[in-house]
Design a protein around this ligand. Structure first.
Ligand code: DC
Length: 217
């Protein structure tokens, strides 16, 4: 049987994680958050006391990831996200993580018949032959608001201006890097969630996958 691959790409805070998990659950597919791979490399580099732009350290750490690294709660910290954006611009880091991602698409775990893989370059570089490609986006102010709401559940004091500033910086780093920059694949379905909640985004994405939707929303 053919494995179905759904690629979900887009900038930080667009809602890729929530949508990818919902779709994976709905279709019974495996889910891979590729951002956590880059975050795990970044965390290792930071714990080495090195700068995330240090190529040799980051490339070395990218070959040493373990399952435990991917469960570390510090992966979700803002500082880890910013550092991940930096290590992800290093070609040797991307190369080291490529095979793991492709193997997930070829043979999803637990004999699942499909995989939902989210990131920045899944539809363009990791798995251009994906059966469905969704590029999820939203206005940066909307993404910042969602991130602030998420942080409020964990922290008391949040610097909202800093959240917006970090997102703008991360967008720039991810879009402007020369290796595998963030951009929609030519054949991606563009889904702007600025005016959609989780249920709305899920409904549009599901309809698109089932071949019932019209042109890009
Ligand atoms: O999706 P995220 O915020 O967890 O990703 C963290 C960083 O990792 C992001 O700023 C860019 C990088 N990344 C990437 O370059 N390619 C991917 N496929 C996934 C993430």
């Amino acid at each position: 049987m053919k494995i179905v691959v759904i690629a979900i790409d887009g900038p930080a805070g667009a809602g890729k994680g929530t949508l990818a998990r919902r779709l994976a659950e709905h279709f019974g597919y495996a889910h891979l958050d590729t951002g956590s791979l880059y975050r795990a490399v970044a965390l290792r580099v930071l714990r080495d006391g090195a700068d995330p732009t240090h190529e040799a350290t980051a490339a070395h750490e990218a070959t040493r990831l373990t399952e435990d690294d991917l469960r570390d709660p510090a992966l979700r910290h803002e500082a880890t996200g910013l550092a991940a954006s930096k290590v992800s611009a290093i070609p040797a880091v991307r190369q080291a993580l490529l095979e793991f991602q492709r193997n997930f698409a070829r043979r999803p775990p637990r004999d699942a018949m499909g995989a939902v893989i989210e990131g920045r370059d899944i539809g363009t570089v990791v798995w251009p032959q994906a059966d469905h490609k969704i590029f999820l986006d939203a206005a940066v102010e909307v993404r910042a608001k969602r991130r602030v709401a998420e942080l409020r559940t964990m922290l008391k004091e949040i610097d909202e201006a800093a959240v917006l500033r970090d997102l703008i910086q991360r967008d720039r780093q991810d879009r402007e890097r020369s290796t595998a920059p963030l951009k929609p694949a030519a054949d991606a379905f563009l889904l702007d969630t600025s005016n959609l909640d989780i249920e709305g985004a899920f409904a549009v994405a599901k309809a698109h996958i089932l071949g019932r939707s019209g042109p890009a929303a």
